[in-house]
Design a protein around this ligand. Structure first.
Ligand code: UD1
Length: 432
């Protein structure tokens, strides 16, 4: 078995410019949506090179889609018939595989999907996805750890989501594309990745109204047409590099950012006393890319943060922000309201000299003057990113083990950090 680790020589202020990758969480549902097509082609550009993207690629192939990748561009040729049984090993490997549920049911009239299990950040059920599909007329059964769903043709309905789940909103949007009549999703997720998917579905010929108000309206069509889209920039990756600049007292510019997507971080950085600038640059093809630069700051002021669905502070940035606040000059409170178990990494940060106590859903972070390098273990993707940030700021050498988690979400993180002057070495080691 291979285990990856990242060795970091900390304490170097990072300086320079990095470019944001395409958003993983926008690319995955966009890729899954190609299953709505019949004998048509979808192309997607600005797709990051990540393990989760490769898992989705493998899953689509296992359904019969021909997939070709050239640099950051994918071409999906979807045959007239595709398989409706999702591979157990691939769904178990990545929860986002459940995004094939909606499009397969809509397109094939049936689907068999292994129930995705829990993961290290919480139980993560898909009950809201299934409830919505049942409201659209699907018969759903769960037997021996598999979901069996069937519907001759789904029917557009008004569906109220009990929680603005990102995955449920995406699955139901895709299912609604081929449903009869109009589907209205109330209390739907408002994450930028939802707008990205709406853009993909629009370019398939579907009428979708998202308004950014937590209500999505989709008018179903008989057949979806081929399409071509660029994936939005990855706001979580961009924010991670911004925090790398902040934590090392450096000056880092991150290119290809949509400032509105990262307002919740910028507002908190301002409150903490960090100076930054945002430069807006209109570019080709109607997309506006901007750059954000953070400047060296004194110790951060402590903050109170609660994670929330967008436009609130993202849960996917919570571990990295906690890592930054370990170096603030007071006591910060960070409450996690989206997932139940997202503080496993705190004990690892404490091994580096941080002072974090967990009380229920809240991390109480007493700022310390400095962190010390240590050997630590990444429990999940964003936890790994937080530990890398801590390692960059710490005195001496750190080693982040189980760094393979980090590769699920950060393309070339070692070379990107090294281009900013960091000393980071990625090692793949064989474990018996
Ligand atoms: C997506 C993101 C993930 C991010 C999360 C929240 C992708 C591929 N992943 O995950 O990185 O952390 O949004 O921003 O885009 N829930 C239920 N029942 C359901 C669905 C969700 O109880 O049917 C709960 C979950 O357990 C969790 C919360 O709702 O506590 C949020 O989940 P959701 O928004 O669905 O996240 P994902 O789509 O899985």
């Amino acid at each position: 078995m291979f285990m990856d680790r990242i060795r970091i020589s900390g304490g170097i202020p990072l300086r320079g410019t990095v470019r944001t990758q395409g958003a993983k969480n926008a690319a995955l549902p966009a890729m899954a949506s190609c299953l709505l097509l019949k004998g048509q082609r979808m192309t997607l550009s600005n797709v990051p090179r990540l393990q989760d993207v490769e898992t989705m690629e493998e899953l689509l192939r296992s359904h019969g889609v021909s997939v070709v990748r050239e640099a950051d561009r994918y071409v999906f040729d979807v045959p007239e018939t595709v398989s409706w049984e999702a591979s157990e090993s691939l769904v178990r490997k990545m929860r986002a595989s459940s995004l094939v549920l909606g499009p397969l049911l809509a397109r094939c009239g049936r689907v068999v999907l292994p129930l995705p299990g829990g993961c290290s950040i919480g139980s993560r059920p898909i009950d809201l996805h299934l409830k919505g599909l049942v409201q659209m007329g699907a018969k759903v059964e769960i037997r021996n750890g598999f979901v069996y769903a069937q519907a001759d043709r789904l029917i557009g309905r008004r569906i109220y989501l009990d929680f603005p789940s990102v995955g449920a909103t995406e699955n139901l949007m895709m299912a609604a594309v081929l449903a009869r009549g109009e589907t209205i999703l109330e209390n739907s997720a408002r994450e930028p990745e939802i707008e990205n998917l709406a853009g993909v579905l629009r370019s398939m010929g579907v009428e979708i109204d998202t308004e950014g108000t937590g209500c999505v309206r989709i008018r179903g069509i008989g057949e979806a047409g081929g399409c071509d889209k660029r994936v939005i920039p990855d706001r979580i990756e961009a924010c991670t590099y911004i925090l790398a600049g902040v934590m090392t007292g450096g000056e880092v510019t991150v290119e290809d950012v949509v400032p509105e997507h990262i307002d919740s971080l910028l507002a908190k950085l301002e409150e903490a006393g960090v100076s930054f600038s945002v430069r807006r640059e209109p570019r080709l093809a109607g997309c506006e890319e901007s750059t954000v630069t953070v400047y060296p700051a004194r110790r951060l002021k402590p903050l109170s943060i609660k994670t929330m669905p967008f436009p609130g502070f993202p849960t996917d940035l919570q571990p990295q922000m906690v890592a930054a606040l370990t170096l603030s000059n007071g006591v910060s409170l960070v409450e996690e309201s989206v997932f139940q178990a997202r503080f496993l990494y705190a004990a690892e940060l404490n091994r580096m000299g941080a002072d974090i106590g967990i009380k229920g859903d809240t991390a109480v972070i007493r700022g310390v003057e400095s962190l010390d390098g240590a050997a630590v273990r990444a429990t999940d993707l964003r936890a790994g990113a937080a530990l890398i940030l801590a390692g960059l700021a710490a005195k001496g050498e750190s080693c982040v083990e189980q760094a393979e988690h980090v590769l699920r979400g950060y393309e070339s993180i070692d070379s990107k950090l090294n281009s900013l002057g960091a000393r980071v070495v990625f090692e793949s080691v064989s474990e018996k």
